[in-house]
Design a protein around this ligand. Structure first.
Ligand code: DX5
Ligand code: ZN
Length: 218
């Protein structure tokens, strides 16, 4: 199981410090939430943040969760900024194939994201080109929301879909992950867990990561 901390709820005035604490606790990938104030009702970071992240932490993976429907501007900008993996929303794109090709030919790992209400079957035509699928376990836009328990059914459906298509790519779950919900997602078959407030909000970043890992290893 990979834990990918979402920096959205870290201390933004001490972001480098918080990221460093997490890497010292063994984290090798961060989930960076990009919100455009249009596809979702909130704003977060721009490409400069990703560029700075890669300058300071060149060996740590930057996973970009793009919550925008302006892919023409955003995908090239975040590709150039140094994204290692970029996940965009199926709901936000009319040219899924085009953007998957664009990312792959620029050496960026590709991911597609589905909102809670989107059927996993929409992924069928793209499964062979994806390096990861992200299932939202909250409605995108804000950290600190409650995990939607029906996510387990979607993970199971996606697993079946992948089995039928003879592909095996990591399933990531994002939103409301804590010591109670992480085991639910794990049991359902998730391979990567995004975790924001649980890790960054109580003041003991390394302790929270250890706690989560401990629960997942039980
Ligand atoms: C929600 C974001 C999530 C969020 C996770 O729109 O995509 O990545 O920041 O934060 P928590 O773990 O607090 O739900
Ligand atoms: Zn996210």
């Amino acid at each position: 199981m990979i834990i990918a901390p979402s920096i959205l709820n870290a201390d933004n005035l001490n972001l480098g410090r918080d990221i460093k604490k997490a890497t010292q606790a063994g984290i090798t990938r961060f989930h960076i939430d990009i919100m455009d104030g249009h596809f979702v009702p909130n704003l977060s970071y721009g490409p400069q943040l990703v560029q700075d992240f890669k300058r300071e932490f060149p060996l740590v993976e930057a996973e970009i969760h793009l919550m925008s429907d302006n892919l023409e501007t955003m995908i090239p900008a975040f590709t150039q900024a140094g994204a290692d993996l970029l996940e965009f929303h199926f709901e936000a794109s009319k040219k899924v194939e085009y953007w998957l090709d664009y990312l792959a030919s620029n050496g960026v790992k590709t991911g597609l994201v589905l909102n809670p209400e989107t059927d996993v079957n929409v992924l069928k035509p793209y499964l062979k080109e994806l390096k990861q699928v992200l299932l939202m376990s909250v409605h995108p836009g804000f950290g600190g929301q409650k995990y939607i328990p029906e996510t387990a059914d979607k993970i199971a459906q996606l697993k079946q879909l992948m089995k039928d298509a003879n592909v095996n790519i990591p399933i990531e779950v994002d939103g409301g992950i804590n010591d109670k919900t992480a085991p639910l997602a794990e049991k359902a078959g998730a391979n990567v867990l995004v975790c924001g407030s649980y890790i960054f909000k109580n003041g003991d970043i390394a302790g929270q990561i250890r706690k989560l890992e401990g629960i997942l290893n039980e």
